[in-house]
Design a protein around this ligand. Structure first.
Ligand code: F6R
Length: 267
């Protein structure tokens, strides 16, 4: 796990955007896994700017979002489909026919089950995710894999914890409007991505980040499953890194790694 501690949220967005740009410039028909929420917004703004200035073209890229609420219409202002169209897909010139989110408009249980299986199949048939962007919940969730989720789980319907519903209430008119269920990629699904980049900013994420990086591997902290993945970069601002016990070591490793990557000597 590569732990990168940056000065502020703006630098986190800059680093995340440049990892996505490198991926798409290297492979224009990349398959990206995408997250919603507050954290990746600044990264998406940078990707939009890069597309508008001609640095990159996204029209051949295929995307799979991590999750979608169950029970909101597709054009509901708080659906993740609406968020992605508005914040990234339309302004950055993605081909909408290549952009996938689970369909949470279905309500019958059997239809939801079929939708989860079909989402897994579509990811497989696309050749798998090259680069997956993740955020982290204050309760340690990734996507909507809440504490207690199987570390081998696949795309399925999950009930949101009260903590997650409270955290997400800021996007809704009233806390009661936050849906109780979501379709989410599983932890096993996420771990199949070839490269993973997790972003966390702000002191409210510090405890979860500590558990992700330094805690034991446990289903009680779904993000800790990332310890099993060989290509994970964790991009943090100073506040999100504030609970890490081995901060100095991560900074030392990062100084060596970036010097070597830019063709320099071991510092
Ligand atoms: C969203 C998602 C969630 C968020 C997490 C953090 O697609 O999968 O796991 O990444 O809840 O959300 P923010 O960034 O709003 O703090």
């Amino acid at each position: 796990m590569r732990v990168v501690i940056l000065e502020n949220a703006d630098q986190v967005a800059g680093r995340a955007a440049s990892l996505v740009l490198q991926q798409v410039q290297r492979k224009p028909d990349s398959v990206l896994g995408l997250a919603t929420g507050g954290t990746p917004l600044a990264t998406y703004r940078r990707l939009v700017d890069a597309a508008r200035s001609g640095q990159v073209a996204f029209h051949q890229v295929t995307t799979f979002n991590l999750d979608e609420y169950v029970g909101l219409t597709a054009d509901h202002p708080q659906s993740y489909r609406t968020y992605m169209r508005k914040e990234l897909f339309e302004p950055a010139g993605f081909d909408l026919s290549r952009c996938h989110l689970p369909d949470g408009t279905r309500v019958a249980w059997e239809e939801l089950q079929r939708e989860c299986q079909s989402y897994e199949r579509q990811i497989r048939e696309s050749g798998g995710i090259d680069l997956q962007i993740l955020g982290i919940g204050t309760d340690g969730h990734i996507a909507f894999n809440e504490p207690g989720s199987s570390l081998a789980s696949r795309t399925r319907v999950k009930a949101l914890t009260e903590q997650t519903r409270q955290d997400n209430a800021r996007f809704f008119a009233s806390p009661d409007d936050v849906p109780k269920l979501a379709i989410t990629m599983g932890i096993g699904t996420i771990l199949e991505a070839r490269q993973i980049v997790l972003l966390a900013t702000g002191g409210q994420k510090a405890k979860a980040v500590h558990a992700l990086v330094e805690g034991p591997l446990t289903a009680q902290v779904p993000a800790s499953a990332l310890q099993m993945h060989p290509q994970v970069t964790v991009l943090l601002d100073v506040e999100a890194a504030s609970w890490l016990a081995r901060k100095d070591y991560y900074q030392h490793v990062e100084a060596i790694q970036s010097a070597l990557e830019s063709g320099g000597q071991i510092p």
